[in-house]
Design a protein around this ligand. Structure first.
Ligand SMILES: *Cc1c(COP(=O)(O)O)cnc(C)c1O
Length: 381
């Protein structure tokens, strides 16, 4: 047999499309290369003959897509001599920052909002040795402080305003194109700071352009002239669709909002940092923004788990909730190819999951007869 080579992360894989050199020390945990799973069991999709895939980013090393950006941001921070990184976070960025800082042997400072962070994410940051600062305020307060402190202390900001984050995150679009052989017609994402929707657009645009052209106005990394590879891999790019939680939907309101609220804590953001880029993405791709309320988010999280065995966190489920809604509204033509990014793993937020789980836990004595009758009473026909 031929043995496979060990997968060593997205920077090694996409070296010629990322800002690294041969001497760069790469800080990696083997992130990327996540599964693109075709959904089979949700009836709307069968009725409309939609080719529907989810990109399951919960399977990254710390359980969210943030690892794609963090491997790049921390690699570059270390290359530039940084001894510490800092971020504001709704949870997943802090988990990723903590892990990659540990790997690099530097310090991570993470600012998290008071009380509104899922338990799994907090556990990660604490175990991975981050210095956790719990801010009496929300994510947007933390973000403001991080931007201010960057001028006062020797720390590198690794929020998605760090351009290397988007460079790392764009690789998810590369993987999708390589597995499908083309770009999807529609790509759905949850939108918080709007960094990720911008990163996917940069990725698709880079695969659609040739070296020396402008890939997209949303990529300012290379003075609007793509420095990577003289090969056009796709001719069409997807329409990008961004979904926000109703209580936390500045893109729907057309302005920043002050008191964002939603059960989907990862997108509980009122002042999106990539505001301008996201509007460019909508414009260039011909996509749109829309919103779902918390009950639709939770119902879809459950649907994915029950029907497909895929457990994502609430914020992630909004991409599928939105796509199903648009399919039902007739916005998606028959036979379209739709990809939804499931941004984070369901285990990140066990409390929200258990609270909405209706499946009874059946108590039995440690006796064969009781186990047998429980089975016979609960067989699904
Ligand atoms: C960070 C995050 C988002 C939002 O991504 P943005 O780039 O801020 O728009 C969505 N879902 C999960 C699980 C996240 O961790």
């Amino acid at each position: 047999m031929t043995f496979r080579t060990r997968y060593t992360g997205l920077i090694e894989t996409y070296r010629d499309r990322l800002p690294v050199s041969d001497s760069t020390r790469i800080i990696s945990l083997g992130e990327g290369n996540t599964p693109l799973i075709k959904l089979n069991n949700i009836s709307e999709l069968q009725d409309e003959q939609i080719n529907f895939y989810v990109k399951y980013e919960g399977l990254n090393p710390t359980g969210s897509f943030k690892d794609r950006g963090m491997t790049m941001a921390v690699t570059k921070a270390v290359e530039d001599g940084a001894k510490a990184i800092i971020c504001a976070s709704t949870g997943n960025t802090s988990a990723a920052a903590a892990a990659y800082a540990a790997r690099a042997g530097i310090t991570a400072f993470v600012l998290i909002p008071d009380g509104k962070i899922a338990q799994g994410k907090l556990a990660q940051a604490m175990m991975e040795g981050a210095v956790v600062l719990q801010v009496k305020g929300n994510f947007d307060d933390g973000m403001r402080l991080v931007k201010e402190i960057a001028n006062e202390a020797p720390v590198t900001v690794v929020n998605s305003i760090n351009p290397y984050r988007l460079q790392g995150q764009k690789t998810a679009a590369f993987e999708i194109v390589e597995e499908l052989g083309y770009a999807p017609d529609f790509h759905y994402l949850p939108v918080g700071n709007a960094g990720n929707i911008t990163a996917y657009w940069i990725g698709y645009s880079e695969y659609a352009c040739i070296k020396g052209e402008q890939a997209t106005a949303a990529c300012t990394h290379c003075n609007n002239v793509c420095p990577y590879i003289n090969e056009q891999i796709i001719t069409a790019r997807p329409k990008m669709v961004g979904y926000q939680a109703s209580g936390s939907a500045p893109f729907m309101r057309g302005e920043m909002i002050d008191k964002p609220e939603t059960v989907a804590t990862a997108i509980r953001i009122g002042y999106p940092q990539s505001w301008d880029y996201a509007w460019i993405v909508r414009e260039e791709s011909g996509g749109w923004f829309d919103e779902c309320d918390d009950s639709e988010i939770l119902a879809t999280q459950k649907l994915l788990a029950e029907k497909e065995g895929i457990f994502c966190e609430p914020a992630s489920a909004i991409s599928v909730a939105g796509a199903l809604r648009d399919i039902n509204l007739g916005k998606i033509p028959k036979n379209s190819c739709v990809v939804c990014t499931l941004t984070g793993h369901g285990l990140k937020d066990p409390d929200t999951a258990i609270k909405q789980s209706t499946a009874p836990v059946i108590r039995v004595d440690a006796k064969l007869s009781q186990v047998k009758s429980a089975i016979l009473e609960n067989m699904i026909e």
